[in-house]
Write a protein that binds this ligand. Sequence first.
Ligand SMILES: *[C@@H]1O[C@H](CO)[C@@H](O)[C@H](O)[C@H]1NC(C)=O
Ligand SMILES: *[C@@H]1O[C@H](CO)[C@@H](O)[C@H](O)[C@H]1NC(C)=O
Ligand SMILES: *[C@@H]1O[C@H](CO)[C@@H](O)[C@H](O)[C@H]1NC(C)=O
Ligand SMILES: *[C@@H]1O[C@H](CO)[C@@H](O)[C@H](O)[C@H]1NC(C)=O
Ligand SMILES: *[C@@H]1O[C@H](CO)[C@@H](O)[C@H](O)[C@H]1NC(C)=O
Ligand SMILES: *[C@@H]1O[C@H](CO)[C@@H](O)[C@H](O)[C@H]1NC(C)=O
Length: 314
Amino acid sequence: MEQRVYCSTILLILYISISLVEGELSSISENSSSGKLSVGHRAAVKCAEYSKLAKTENNECNSNILDPSNYKNRKWNYTAKVGEFPHMVILSEKEDGYRCAGTLVSERFVLSVAQCAKLFMDNATVWARIGVVERYQPNKPQAVAIKIRRSFIHPNFTADPLANDVSLLELERECQFDDLKRPACLNTETDVSNSSLFVSGYGIKHTLIERASPVLLKTRIELKNKINSTTLEEIPDGPMFLAAGSVQGMKAPCVGDAGAPLAMAANCNHKVVGLASSGRIGSEVLCARYPSDYARVSNYIEWIENIVWPNPTN
Ligand SMILES: *[C@@H]1O[C@H](CO)[C@@H](O)[C@H](O)[C@H]1NC(C)=O
Ligand SMILES: *[C@@H]1O[C@H](CO)[C@@H](O)[C@H](O)[C@H]1NC(C)=O
Ligand SMILES: *[C@@H]1O[C@H](CO)[C@@H](O)[C@H](O)[C@H]1NC(C)=O
Ligand SMILES: *[C@@H]1O[C@H](CO)[C@@H](O)[C@H](O)[C@H]1NC(C)=O
Ligand SMILES: *[C@@H]1O[C@H](CO)[C@@H](O)[C@H](O)[C@H]1NC(C)=O
Ligand SMILES: *[C@@H]1O[C@H](CO)[C@@H](O)[C@H](O)[C@H]1NC(C)=O
């Protein structure tokens, strides 16, 4: 039942954010006075490591990395290029299916919203499909489907009111990185820049009646005020969520996009700032009309680090 409700009421959970780390190393601070690593330290070390994977032998950015300057022309091409979002993960009970979305954040972990992890029955076999661009063609050479071993739902997650909508899904085996499969960085800053934010997903559309896309799509998104779904009043978005909506006339994440990463490009990698969590509810059929809420990744760094990189020396 719950699954139906989520599917039919447009609880969207699909934001992906990709940002690159500027001056990545300077942001790494070790807190020796307390003997503990400061929150964000492990994420920053890993981000520097992952960003190197995104560079060519000449130390240049892989051409598939989002370059905002490529998107200035008025006619937007929504189709994602092969390898453009190598952190994008499809989560599904079927090896060739699609239920919701996640972001690869390490060899072993996929970050998503709690609502996505909750879509699956307790003992269901769930697959993380990584390196996929055309969702009906799972057997492309570099695409893999890895079983989820277990999921971690944020201990303070609640569905109503929606709060702490974050989950981590642990892969049964390590994902081997290559140009199509590579983790994104985590945004550790509370303040998010309004420029060059992108979401990737298969459900991106103008209206509900459009079919989900067989190929991965991308769209631009900008920060907006959060909307109270009952009163339609603008309200502050608070620490747990980031409200963002479509750039005028463009498509936005919709049904099926739960967990999709809202990301920005920086220093050759993508940095995830939000995870698509919920959209405008009720009879709304225009996915792109109102802003949606994205779980604010920076609010959950400590929880994520303790699960994904439990050993501080790594
Ligand atoms: C280190 O930890 C102490 C105590 O928790 C705190 O007061 C201090 O601001 C921290 N320093 C840095 C650089 O994070
Ligand atoms: C849109 O982008 C895709 C992926 O790069 C490409 O295959 C396609 O030809 C592009 N379409 C147009 C109209 O430029
Ligand atoms: C899941 O599997 C465990 C162990 O096999 C079993 O005890 C439990 O009842 C199962 N739960 C559901 C919801 O099927
Ligand atoms: C959950 O909420 C409690 C009470 O506010 C808080 O003490 C705890 O740190 C929270 N857990 C996490 C993982 O943030
Ligand atoms: C982001 O940019 C859009 C378009 O320029 C603007 O309407 C919106 O107010 C901006 N949001 C923030 C938080 O600056
Ligand atoms: C939205 O508005 C309703 C009616 O005023 C109010 O009860 C509710 O708390 C509001 N929700 C949020 C998240 O502010």
